[in-house]
Design a protein around this ligand. Structure first.
Ligand code: SOE
Length: 379
């Protein structure tokens, strides 16, 4: 016997599709879970677009006002999948209405907003999680298990990149539906909140807290036409950002993100170096985890590439037979599965709002360090 978990989805962009796919697939591949997502309602201001989305993906109904969706008695969990400047208001309303929340990353526009959201969900006691999906790529989850086992020994270095090239054209407008990520009023920041936030979330998860940062940012194209006003407006986002940091465990961090690395579409790479072993991972080859173990016998010691597709690898017993790989979209199915499991166990589904606030604090410190051209403590 399963119990429905009625989902109300706010938003219908690329992420709305990725999350919805997670809700749809989870019951087929994690049949042991007691709760089953039901696509109850999808919501957006544009009636035609949201109806088309609902029809294509199988939502039972639509709303054009998110407040109406949040007020519905037949919605158990709200998926906040809209631009960052709307996260806070919707999350506060959901907390007030006692709805569970699955919020797209980054949690908010800044730390102050994120803190308000944390307090609201904690006071209301509503279940919450933030969609930092890369934690649930099996190879990244395996990296976590290996690091937690102590195999790497003392950690010296952590480095991560997230490189793209889609905003290089100066005739690309900012703002509006598909391009809100370029509009600082909707996004809060550029690559820092959009891409580095992923790297920071994974880094904190794998290697612990970041204590202080020294960053530089650049906005290569200074003015773009805004889709909503038709006017050329100053660009307020960071197109590129690089920063150094210290971790609480004494290791050094090096991070870079840009939308101006010609040839790179979405290249997320990470590497961690310990005294005994190192690990590295690359989103373009996401089913592999590379490892160097200094304890290996000398003559054959070297980097090995673990094909993370065996039945005893994280999540992989749920999919096909050993050796057959899965992809990007499965990380969202895994997140939904872990969310549903957390409803059974009563344990939080990480990253919670409180976890995601730690990432937001690092992002804020990075932006402030770049603006002030000085080291900034993460507070
Ligand atoms: C931006 O292009 C983007 O879609 C991010 O918003 C996602 O979070 C990232 O996973 C892929 O790139």
């Amino acid at each position: 016997m399963t119990t429905p978990l009625n989902i109300g989805m706010i938003g219908y962009g690329f992420m709305g599709r990725a999350h919805t796919n997670g809700y749809k697939r989870v019951g087929d591949f994690f049949p042991e879970l007691e709760r089953r997502p039901v696509l109850k309602a999808a919501c957006a201001r544009n009636k035609e677009n949201i109806q088309a989305f609902a029809d294509q993906w199988g939502y039972e109904s639509i709303e054009t006002d998110w407040k109406a969706l949040v007020a519905r008695d037949d919605i158990d969990a709200v998926d906040i999948c809209v631009p960052n400047n709307l996260h806070k208001e919707i999350a506060l309303a959901c907390a007030e209405a006692g709805k569970m929340i699955l919020c797209e990353k980054p949690i908010a526009m800044n730390t102050a907003e994120g803190e308000e959201m944390c307090q609201a969900v904690e006071k209301a006691g509503v279940v919450n999680t933030v969609w930092y999906n890369y934690r649930r790529v099996p190879a990244v989850t395996l990296a976590k298990q290996i690091i937690d086992s102590g195999k790497l020994g003392r950690i010296f270095h952590y480095r991560a990149n997230f490189l793209q090239d889609w905003t290089i054209a100066d005739d690309l407008p900012q703002g509006g539906e598909a391009l809100w990520r370029l509009d600082v009023d909707a996004a809060g920041s550029g690559v820092t909140g959009d891409l580095l936030a992923h790297c920071i979330d994974t880094a904190i998860w794998l290697n612990g807290s970041v204590t202080d940062v020294s960053a530089m940012t650049e906005t290569f194209i200074k003015e773009r036409v805004h889709q909503e006003t038709g006017q050329k407006q100053k660009v307020g986002i960071d197109d590129a950002c690089a920063f150094l940091c210290h971790f609480e465990n004494g290791s050094l961090g090096l991070f870079e993100s840009t939308r101006y690395a010609r040839g790179h579409k979405a290249l997320y790479t990470l590497e961690i170096n310990g005294e005994n072993a190192s690990l590295r991972w690359d989103l373009h080859d996401l089913h592999r985890l590379e490892m160097f173990d200094h304890a290996d016998e000398g003559l054959t010691r070297g980097w090995k590439s673990i094909h993370v597709t065996d039945g005893d690898h994280p999540y992989m017993d749920k999919w096909w037979v050993p050796g057959l790989q899965i992809g990007y979209e499965h990380s969202f199915v895994h997140h939904v599965a872990d969310f549903l499991k957390s409803l059974e166990t009563g344990e939080p589904c990480h990253p919670t709002f409180r976890d995601a606030l730690e990432t937001q604090k690092v992002c804020d410190a990075v932006l402030s360090s770049a603006a002030e051209r000085k080291w900034e403590t993460v507070v």
